[in-house]
Design a protein around this ligand. Structure first.
Ligand code: GLY
Ligand code: MN
Ligand code: MN
Length: 424
């Protein structure tokens, strides 16, 4: 649980970043129609959630800054008995006043009035540049005198990079559930026949232990399907002697986990072990490099070099490592990044570079994934036959601490013998 005091502190920090005589407006997510009168499950907009912890739609948060002081207002949906009969209870203005430490709470229907009032004599307006057009239009209607528009989202996303203890506890909780899910999948793999059955086992565990949802669409990719990086079809039949790449993680109270394990249906073949061993060694090596001050690009470069060297040794690539790296030959088999920020979003939005183009070094409190992989298409005739159709990724979630990497997903088995003890 993240306490209101922490949300209040975030709002205070954000207010400090605003320039004098400005207004910032953040909106809740819209309810999205799936078809006709059915809707997708509602999920709050990540930055709005980070600032409030509030999960209702039709809400907004406003910062009104004068020369120095900032007033903060929350707008919430009104209580409406008929709507509550269908869609559940609303907090409403009165209760919101008791819960949120803000200067005042208004009804959301007052938004145009409040925009008119607050934007009157201001110079700057901060809002999320990815906001729906209809909302931007509304803002601009009342922003005739504003001369500077700024992206509120990028300021908040930068704040989100450093996780508090309470946030780390939630990521750990998400990972504890995801661990149970992956271990269950390992134990079930040899007994099931289709990828979607394994997906069901994973997602059963997510729900069973209280996760609200998956953090992204689960990837259960057997055999050559693992070479499609975002394979989410999950309809194929499992075949003995094939590997299954499982990239699945739950979201718990708005915090993600993002874990990949590549498991055998029963046991690894010799060729599979050779590639798996290489990816695992590289993953461990890169995790060891994580510490404050290190650049993500150094992790990427080192992973590319180690994978390239390993692939030369296995006869997947031919030639001098230096030349192969220069010509980016390894990218055919390792085409993606070594990892990404993670938090409220599975791919937390914070930039990897500053505005001036300088790279952001790792700092204490950041959480990132490390996820090297090798993907060899079944039709790749340039590679020894025994390796074709193998796709392997191993992914863990790492907290940067003063002392270096803390692997938050360490408890999820990834050694060959450990996994085979579950699968066979
Ligand atoms: N699950 C998406 C990713 O690994 O980035
Ligand atoms: Mn990832
Ligand atoms: Mn992943």
């Amino acid at each position: 649980m993240i306490k209101e005091k922490e949300y209040k502190e975030r709002r205070t920090q954000f207010a400090k970043k605003l320039k004098p005589y400005s207004v910032a407006v953040l909106f809740s997510a819209e309810v999205k129609t799936r078809s006709n009168d059915t809707e997708y499950p509602y999920r709050q907009e990540s930055n709005f959630y980070y600032m409030t912890g509030f999960t209702e739609d039709k809400s907004a948060l406003m910062f009104v800054k004068e020369a120095k002081k900032t007033k903060i207002y929350l707008l919430v949906h009104k209580k409406d008995a008929n709507e509550e009969l269908w869609n559940g209870k609303r907090l409403g203005q009165q209760q919101a006043k008791e819960i949120f430490i803000v200067d005042d709470v208004f009804e959301y229907s007052e938004l145009p009035l409040k925009l008119k009032e607050f934007l009157e004599a201001k110079q700057r307006l901060y809002y999320d540049f990815k906001l729906d057009y209809s909302k931007v239009k509304l803002l601009k209607r009342y922003a005739k005198k504003i001369d500077t528009f700024k992206n509120a989202a990028s300021l908040i996303e930068k704040m989100r990079l450093i996780k508090s203890d309470a946030e780390i506890a939630l990521i750990k909780k998400a990972l504890d559930i995801t661990k149970k899910a992956h271990h269950r999948a390992m134990k079930k793999a040899s007994k099931l026949h289709y990828e979607y059955e394994l997906q069901a086992e994973l997602e059963y565990v997510f729900k069973k232990y209280g996760a609200q949802s998956d953090a992204y669409s689960s990837i259960v990719a057997s055999g050559n399907n693992a070479n499609t990086l975002h394979y989410i079809d999950n309809r194929a039949r499992l075949t003995k002697d094939e590997l299954i790449l499982i990239d699945a993680g739950c979201e718990y109270n708005y915090y993600a986990s993002d874990i990949t394990r590549t498991i055998p249906v029963t046991k690894f073949t010799k060729a599979q072990k050779e590639i798996y061993g290489l990816v695992l060694d590289v993953e461990k090596e890169i995790i060891k490099m994580v510490k404050p001050g290190v650049m993500r690009s150094s992790l990427q470069k080192r992973a590319e070099r180690l994978l390239c060297e390993g692939m030369v040794k296995l006869g997947i690539l031919h030639g001098k490592v230096k030349k192969l790296l220069k010509k980016e030959c390894h990218k055919k088999y390792f085409p993606h990044g070594i990892g990404h920020w993670m938090g409220i979003d599975v791919h937390d939005q914070a930039p990897y570079k500053t505005k001036k183009g300088k790279e952001v070094p790792l700092k204490k409190g950041m959480v990132l994934t490390i996820e090297p992989g090798i993907y060899i298409d079944e039709k790749d005739s340039k590679v020894p036959k025994k390796y074709r159709g193998i796709g392997i990724r191993i992914e863990d979630n790492i907290l940067v601490t003063e002392k270096g990497a803390k692997n938050l997903s360490k408890a999820i088995k990834k050694e060959i013998e450990e996994m085979e003890a579950y699968t066979s």
